[in-house]
Design a protein around this ligand. Structure first.
Ligand code: B1M
Length: 211
């Protein structure tokens, strides 16, 4: 059995070269990409998150861990986003204004693409106005909003309100997600769906279009 703990350690310590080397070795040893993600990569983010919160590490370490995480995800991408699934629909997604966290959003994108969704990535720090403009321009089935900071969550109801004011709310279903959110927040702000993680995002996206 491949030991993914060393991968978790190298990502948490921000060692990009070591993290990519172990990720590549795991893939060569035929460890499924989803297992590398769940057991190697994600625990590293939880660890650095709590070390940062308790003041054991600071922003530069957080940044380095984020970089190592991204480098490893890039190697998993071809396997996670394997094409071939039946066409599911069009999905636009972005991280809300003031928020630069995109690792989770990018994993959601990988899973959606792997399940037949045509995804437009709007990036990070996307203002409510820009989300609205994108909905106006494109014909998306679902608009996804991601937020990782409690103080950027209010940008979600702002986005929904601006869509309503512009008369575009009925054009798209709105899905929200991100670690500080929950279903009751999604209900309060009038989102159509909340997803806890990337796997749930795929399932909820499918059921939104089947309603
Ligand atoms: Co930031 N950060 N960070 N950070 N960071 C958190 C979020 C924090 C919880 C750390 C902590 O204190 N414990 C804390 C937020 C506290 C709060 O608001 N309550 C925090 C803070 C405070 C900050 C700064 C303010 C620090 C500072 O400057 N003093 C700063 C803010 C910068 C900004 O955005 N304006 C900051 C910066 C950064 C880095 C840039 C260094 C880096 C981000 C790198 C990047 O994303 N490119 C970073 C990181 C890495 C983290 C942690 C450690 C990890 C986040 C992550 O990638 N998780 C994080 C602590 C933690 O989460 N444990 C932390 C892994 C990822 C796969 O999970 O993003 O939850 P997640 O995504 C999941 C689900 O949430 C869901 O599916 C994903 C995959 O399963 N999901 C969706 C996400 N979006 C979805 C959308 C959907 C559906 C599901 O539908 C649309």
């Amino acid at each position: 059995m491949f030991n993914l703990e060393e991968l978790t350690n190298s990502i948490a310590e921000g060692e990009v070269a070591k993290a990519t080397e172990i990720t590549q070795k795991a893939l060569t040893a035929k460890v499924p990409a989803k297992e590398v993600l769940d057991k190697g990569l994600l625990p590293a983010m939880n660890r650095v998150g709590s070390d940062f919160e308790s003041g054991q590490i600071f922003l530069p370490e957080l940044l380095m861990a984020g970089d190592a995480m991204k480098a490893s995800i890039a190697l998993l991408r071809p396997e996670l986003a394997h094409k071939g699934a039946a066409y599911a629909g069009r999905y636009a997604i972005g991280t809300v204004e003031g928020d630069l966290h995109d690792i989770g959003k990018n994993i959601v994108i990988l899973m959606l693409e792997g399940n037949g969704w045509e995804v437009t990535d709007l990036g990070t720090d996307v203002s409510p106005k820009r989300f609205c403009e994108e909905v106006k321009k494109g014909s998306f089935d679902i608009l996804g909003l991601s937020a990782l900071l409690t103080f950027t969550m209010p940008k979600m109801p702002e986005t929904i309100n601006i869509l309503k004011e512009a008369g575009f709310r009925d054009r798209v279903k709105v899905m929200v997600g991100g670690a500080p959110l929950n279903q009751s927040f999604a209900d309060q702000i009038g989102a159509d769906a909340f997803a806890r993680d990337a796997v749930e995002a795929v399932a909820k996206a499918k059921s939104l279009l089947n309603k």
